[in-house]
Design a protein around this ligand. Structure first.
Ligand SMILES: *Cc1c(COP(=O)(O)O)cnc(C)c1O
Length: 395
């Protein structure tokens, strides 16, 4: 091996040694509460398909119909010639659903976060971020060249101290609504007041809120009684609860127009396939027609937390579909995940650097289309899982 290749190989070996090596598992079935992986049927507690929409026939039909009309590729970026009526209608329907002036589509949530932060901030500005924010918000901050100031998780005092000593031109506070690896929520009402007092933008990444929290799944603004004024920037993704793909930013006319003009991750990329936009539209409509999905998810969350408490399982404090079980070291988390797989459950182990050192965990996600029996089966298996015995007796 030459020197360049050898350096990469050494880094991979180190990763393996640290128990942090990641593998992809290849699905041979649709996404859902039961999936087939490597010939094995698993009950899936790892997906972000919180409402069970990803494999719904209505989405597939909408995609099929639109692809017969529009074909597959969009052919260009939105500003060149790739913006179709399907994109346009989806943007209008999202804005109407969210009760704000306008929404703009991005190809992914990662790109939407990069786009907002780079379009709104520059050198001399400051961005204040929760320590547990999603990687894409942190990357967007670095790319913007604004000063990145991270505050302690959900600690508004820590944020206030940073804001009060800041001399930056523009200030922007960015948080996740529901933290993706912890499942807890940001204190958005308080953050909205702080942002207003300090003339700072408030931006919320609603990837795990849109579709599941708030009235009919309208997301964080609805759940926290905020509006386009008190919470001016919401980024939502379409690939999680909505079961589709893509993302959007929703806010005022002037905010959205600024993104269209200046967000480089919007301008310099090919538009989503129109058929994907059509599938997202079908999902948005199903979401509003089938409220039983949100209801079933809420009832699963309550049941799961109650039963886990009785079994002394070390769940982290969360009232959302993300129910992490704190383990600590990466090796034990991995072992627990492997033992669960042998018993027919897919629960991923989340390890550093995705979470802090010694906070490795099993990230259990509940979905509307699980059954009570699925939850009971997982709970009963966790209660006697060999890898967890030390932890359970210590608790
Ligand atoms: C998944 C996720 C994203 C990225 O969205 P994609 O559409 O998958 O690129 C951004 N923020 C959070 C909190 C996420 O969980």
């Amino acid at each position: 091996m030459d020197v360049r290749q050898q350096k990469l190989a050494d880094r991979l070996t180190q990763r393996q040694h640290d128990q942090l090596y990641r593998h992809r598992h290849t699905l041979t079935s649709a996404q859902g509460p039961r999936v087939e992986v490597g010939g094995q049927l698993l009950i899936n507690f790892s997906s972000n398909d919180y409402l069970g929409l990803a494999a719904q026939v209505e989405l597939a039909e909408a995609m099929q119909k639109a692809s017969q009309h529009y074909g597959v590729g969009s052919g260009a970026s939105h500003l060149v010639c790739g913006h179709s009526l399907e994109h346009h209608l989806l943007e209008q329907e999202l804005a109407a659903f969210l009760g704000c002036e306008r929404a703009v589509l991005f190809s992914t949530g990662y790109m939407a976060n990069l786009g907002v932060l780079t379009a709104l901030l520059e050198r001399g500005d400051a961005v204040f971020q929760d320590k547990l924010n999603h990687a894409s918000l942190l990357d967007g901050a670095l790319l913007s060249r604004a000063k990145l100031q991270r505050f302690q998780h959900n600690d508004t005092q820590s944020l206030l101290r940073a804001l009060e000593s800041s001399k930056a031109g523009n200030k922007l506070i960015a948080v996740d609504s529901v933290f993706s690896m912890d499942g807890d929520t940001a204190p958005l009402a308080e953050l909205a007041e702080i942002a207003e007092q300090h003339d700072a933008w408030l931006m919320v990444d609603d990837a795990h809120g849109f579709g599941v929290i708030g009235e009919q799944g309208r997301g964080c603004r609805s759940a926290f009684n905020l509006n386009q004024h008190s919470l001016p920037i919401v980024m939502g993704t379409l690939g999680k609860a909505l079961g589709g793909f893509g993302a959007f930013v929703a806010g005022s006319e002037v905010l959205v127009e600024t993104l269209i003009q200046f967000a480089r991750s919007y301008i310099y990329t090919t538009a989503l396939p129109p058929a994907v936009a059509a599938a997202n539209r079908a999902a948005l409509s199903l979401l509003q027609q089938q409220i039983w999905r949100q209801d079933a998810l809420q009832s699963h969350i309550q049941y799961f937390c109650r039963q886990a408490a009785q079994l002394n399982l070390p769940l982290m404090p969360s009232t959302t579909a993300i129910q992490p079980l704190l383990i600590g070291d990466a090796e034990t988390a991995l072992l627990a995940s492997q033992q669960l797989k042998q018993q027919g459950f897919w629960v991923v182990a989340i390890r550093p650097p995705t979470v802090p050192q010694n906070e490795a965990r099993l990230r259990i996600t509940l979905t509307a289309t699980h059954s009570r029996a699925d939850l009971d089966a997982l709970l009963n298996t966790l209660a006697i899982l060999p890898a967890l015995q030390n932890r359970l007796t210590k608790a």
